[in-house]
Design a protein around this ligand. Structure first.
Ligand code: RNT
Ligand code: ZN
Length: 419
């Protein structure tokens, strides 16, 4: 059988179970992921060289050769990544990735002008941008506290930073004609038992209120807040915990960002989807792969990811979800890791779209738990690969079987030549 015949027979198998492959593919084609810029250079960014070390809650390991060393290299790498993905996707920038032209621009000084060239690049390539404030890898984050610091000057500095970032986000959103998601994650916390938890959280709430004081057109800017359970150096106490941001976001009309690495190792963010969607209209996600801790491994087609995507589809609010990637592994080819992570996420969505949801629900309602489990297991053996290949063909993207060679070619010609 040739590829077309394989696809048609797969389509038939799915339709026997009541699954319409065509409409699944159409929905998938419209989904966009927000691809993170920071895997290309190990969360380095483009501030002056002395500021280039990750730290303050971010930990990158590995020294695989070929990381992007300049804006030009990063953009070339990202264009290569986008060409490896079926569909149109977004790019998430961090404030530390501005076009600073070699000048020392401190975090409280970042402005739309530093992202002008990004905006132009993005519009040339038909890419929309999202944005992140950068609260790590900075001397004023060394104490372990930023927006919740008891030092007024430190707090004010970071408030200014986030305010500036929102302005940049609104600028980008206005230019691109759709909202830029400005995501906020801070490393604030402590290694050991902390007694004034209340005090730190009170300060964080106050800082956030100052940051969000200015209203922007929601057509240009949307704000999300990303919680965490623990980090390196913040094992005992994280100021911005899930409960904190949940309360904050619900009371202030902000979005919650759920990072799959930011909960207890056995806690799944998939289960949170149906809980949160009782009360909110939109959700933001950072898809990551924690291994024993928030280790930010390259995303693969894991059960966790499949379950998350299945829950997004089942919630009926798939189109209200903003799904971004968040991983950084410097031990392997970075372009390849992007391709694997992004494609795995898209595959998980496709699998979710190809589930016989109605039939499963009927089994469940009738109490036939054997049949429910049986059908879920049966789905694992369906010819999914032929449908995924068809999607890649329709979207002019390489097939899985072409991926390794494509990535290796770029390494041979480009990243492998970087010293
Ligand atoms: C850190 C958070 C955060 C970062 C990026 C770089 O634990 O997950 O989202 O990974 O902002
Ligand atoms: Zn994250």
């Amino acid at each position: 059988m040739n590829d077309q015949q394989l696809f048609h027979s797969a389509e038939e198998r799915y339709s026997e179970l009541g699954v319409e492959v065509q409409s699944g593919l159409e929905r998938l084609a419209k989904l966009d992921l927000s691809i993170h810029c920071w895997q290309a250079d190990d969360v380095g960014g483009f501030e002056t060289p002395d500021a280039k070390l990750a730290g303050g809650g971010i930990q990158v390991t590995g020294n695989y050769p070929g990381k992007a060393r300049s804006l030009e290299e990063l953009r070339a790498d990202l264009q290569t990544v986008f060409a490896l993905l079926p569909g149109k996707h977004r790019l998430a920038l961090h404030a530390s990735y501005g076009d600073f032209a070699g000048k020392k621009i401190d975090r409280d000084q970042v402005a739309p002008e530093h992202f002008q060239s990004w905006a132009e690049w993005a519009s040339t390539h038909g890419i929309s941008l999202d944005f992140n404030s950068t609260f790590f890898s900075h001397p004023l984050a060394d104490s372990g506290f930023t927006l919740s610091s008891k030092n007024h000057e430190v707090r004010s500095f970071w408030i200014c930073h986030a305010q500036a970032c929102r302005e940049i986000g609104a600028f980008l959103g206005e230019r691109q004609g759709n909202p830029c998601i400005h995501n906020l994650w801070i490393p604030d916390g402590a290694k050991d038992h902390t007694v004034d938890r209340f005090g730190y959280r009170r300060l964080l709430a106050e800082s956030l209120d100052a940051i969000y004081e200015r209203d922007y057109d929601p057509g240009c800017l949307k704000d999300s807040l990303e919680s965490k359970l623990f980090g390196i150096g913040s094992e005992a106490f994280v100021v911005g915990s899930h409960e904190f941001y949940l309360g904050y976001a619900l009371s202030r009309g902000k979005l919650i960002c759920l990072d799959s690495g930011h909960f207890h190792p056995t806690e799944s963010i998939a289960d949170k989807v149906s809980a949160l969607f009782q009360f909110v209209e939109e959700l933001v996600f950072h898809v990551s792969r924690p291994m024993r801790w928030d280790s930010d491994h390259v995303v693969i087609l894991s059960d966790e990811l499949r379950e998350l995507c299945a829950e997004l589809v089942r919630s009926g609010k798939l189109e209200r979800c903003h799904v971004g990637l968040d991983f950084f592994d410097a031990t392997l080819n970075r372009i390849g890791s992007y391709a694997i992570g992004a494609r795995a996420t898209l595959k998980a969505f496709l699998m979710a779209l190809l589930l016989p949801h109605e039939r499963l629900r009927r089994y469940e309602e009738s109490g036939d738990f054997f049949a429910r489990l049986g059908l879920l297991e049966e789905m694992k053996g369906l010819p999914f690969g032929a449908v995924w290949d068809e999607h890649c063909r329709r979207m002019n993207a390489p097939l899985d079987r072409e991926l390794i060679e494509r990535v290796q070619r770029y390494e041979r010609d480009v990243t492998g030549r970087r010293q």
